[in-house]
Design a binder for this molecule. Structure first.
Ligand code: AMP
Length: 287
């Protein structure tokens, strides 16, 4: 269904035709990669893209490569019509919505393997996730050739992984980061929040609050391992069924943080409420 203001491309050829037209007119282009079922966080990415560049492209593609075999690929929420309407309202110029066969035609056989920031944290629990993310992002970058790509700090390790790949492959684009968009109670907006029961939803904002407390304790100089352990205990006592990790890491490399380095650090966590896995992170602000 055509929507006023936002063009729709289904193929790489269509995408490139539109992008070439803009390039010929001397315009710059931002790309916001998404998996659809869009919320305000995604739309804020599009708006940031429009602030940085003349044109904003949003890709909407549920990328099977980044899901584990027992994860939610088949039940991941999809609502193309609503996504198009939302993208138009956010000032998006082009919605790129490729079919599966356009991204991964028969015979597709190459994977990107990122090191450095891709090791540990999420990778300990989702071993093929970042390989899948990096592979699809490299394809999205190659198809769009944007000046900038915008990502949310909600998926903090993902930004570090994409920056690592961009650096390592000398990709000619800038990576812009958007601070996490949250509900008034602090819960980070996420497509997966729809999986939460009313009881789980009431507990979920505790994740952000607990990370804030951990960041404040770390800034005061309290022991990093003890601060992380305490955060795990608190989350468990609030009703989180399992805590995959709470860690304080170097904000750029994600290596273990050492206070003496004088570098910025970040608290990152993943925890389960029933069958739903939530991730979040906050900056450790200098005291
Ligand atoms: P997804 O559709 O979940 O793969 O996310 C697409 C992009 O939106 C990623 O760069 C995410 O980090 C970003 N994003 C998702 N939720 C938020 C949020 N609450 N605030 C800011 N960015 C977000």
């Amino acid at each position: 269904m055509p929507s006023p203001g936002v063009e729709i491309a289904r193929t790489i050829a269509d995408l490139r035709r539109t992008v070439a037209r803009w390039r010929n007119a001397g315009q710059t282009i931002a790309l916001a990669p998404t998996m659809g079922a869009l919320h305000e966080g995604h739309l804020a990415l599009v708006r940031l893209g429009k602030m940085r560049c003349d044109r904003a492209v949003a890709s909407v593609f549920v990328n099977p490569l980044q899901f584990g075999p027992h994860e939610d690929f088949s039940r991941y929420p999809r609502d193309e019509t609503l996504d198009i309407r939302k993208l138009a309202s956010a000032g998006c110029d082009l919605a790129w919505m490729p079919e599966m066969g356009e991204m991964y035609p028969p015979g597709f056989a190459t994977r990107v393997e990122v090191g450095g920031a891709a090791a540990g944290l999420e990778a300990d629990f989702r071993p093929h996730h970042f390989g899948g993310v990096a592979t699809v992002c490299l394809k999205l970058f190659a198809a769009t050739a944007p000046d900038a790509a915008v990502f949310g700090e909600k998926d903090y390790q993902q930004i570090c992984v994409i920056r690592q790949m961009v650096r390592d492959f000398n990709l000619p684009l800038e990576i812009a980061a958007l601070p996490t968009v949250r509900e008034p109670g602090g819960l980070a907006l996420s497509t997966r929040n729809v999986y939460l029961s009313p009881e789980e939803r009431a507990i979920a904002p505790r994740l952000y609050r607990t990370l804030r407390e951990a960041a404040e304790a770390a800034a005061r100089g309290e022991s990093i391992p003890e601060t992380c352990d305490l955060a795990v205990k608190k989350l468990t006592s609030y009703g989180f069924s399992k805590v995959d990790y709470v860690a304080i890491r170097d904000a750029e490399s994600l290596a273990p943080h050492s206070r003496d380095s004088g570098r910025r650090s970040r608290v990152l966590a993943a925890a389960w409420l029933g069958k739903t896995r939530l991730i979040d992170n906050v900056e450790v602000l200098p005291a």
